[in-house]
Design a protein around this ligand. Structure first.
Ligand SMILES: Cc1cc2nc3c(=O)[nH]c(=O)nc-3n(C[C@H](O)[C@H](O)[C@H](O)COP(=O)(O)O)c2cc1C
Length: 215
């Protein structure tokens, strides 16, 4: 077996800080998620709003990257990106995706799966216009996921678009929001002896079925 210079096989941690019980969790997974997100923000974990986004390409091959949750409402979970990026192209071909949060300090994971749609253009405009100017210029300057010949391409593009748009860059047509409409949620709370708590929510009638999964 190839060896790391670090004792990887000996790295392990016992999870002891909290519990997740059927009786103490919300019947609505959106509320449960909102509570855990609030707690992650209050606990000042690093980047509590960062989530892994998994997509699948037209050959059924998965890929992941990190994005930031920017809104949460009864319809689902919103983030922003470049529609022409690798993830944008994969979502256009296959709208089924998965999100995952890992709040290490709280020993918690949330997994969310569902269909993804683009948000309304007015919603994208409103968020784009709330961003700092350099971020708005950056959305124009970066052909996200494309090969570029060097960093100078980005610097030159940023200078070009800053001169073109001055203080009022419009939202690029290739940039905007996505919303994942949850069809399945899982909440994981680490527990001692690897007997972790896992609650899965799937749609049932007009509400949600909440079931415990073995860890
Ligand atoms: C903490 C963090 C937050 C990020 N947030 C976003 C984001 O909200 N939207 C985005 O498009 N990329 C974001 N990125 C960059 C992506 O992880 C990724 O590099 C980029 O979107 C290109 O992915 P793709 O080529 O698979 O489309 C973030 C990266 C990190 C580390």
């Amino acid at each position: 077996m190839t060896r790391s210079t670090l004792p990887l096989a000996d790295l392990r941690k016992s999870y002891e800080s909290a519990e997740l019980h059927e009786t103490a969790s919300h019947a609505d997974p959106l509320q449960q998620f909102g509570q855990w997100l609030d707690q992650a923000i209050s606990a000042q974990v690093p980047e509590p709003n960062a989530m892994t986004l998994a997509t699948v390409d037209s050959q059924q091959r998965p890929s992941t990257r990190i994005v930031l949750i920017k809104a949460l409402d009864p319809r689902g979970i919103v983030w922003f990106s470049n529609y022409d990026s690798r993830k944008g192209q994969e979502l256009a071909a296959n709208p089924h995706a998965a999100l995952q949060f890992h709040w290490v300090e709280l020993e918690r994971v949330v997994r969310i799966e569902g269909r993804v749609e683009k948000i309304a253009t007015e919603e994208s405009d409103a968020y784009f216009n709330s961003r700092p100017l350099d971020s708005r210029i950056g959305a124009w300057a970066s052909p996200q996921s494309q090969v570029i010949s060097g960093r100078s391409v980005l610097v030159a593009n940023a200078a070009k678009y800053a001169a073109k748009f001055l203080l009022q860059p419009p939202r690029p047509p290739h940039w905007g929001g996505y919303r994942l409409l949850p069809e399945r949620w899982e909440f994981w709370q680490g527990r001692p002896s690897r007997l972790h708590d896992r609650l899965r929510y799937t749609p049932q009638d007009s509400g949600w079925l909440r079931e415990r999964l073995a860890p």
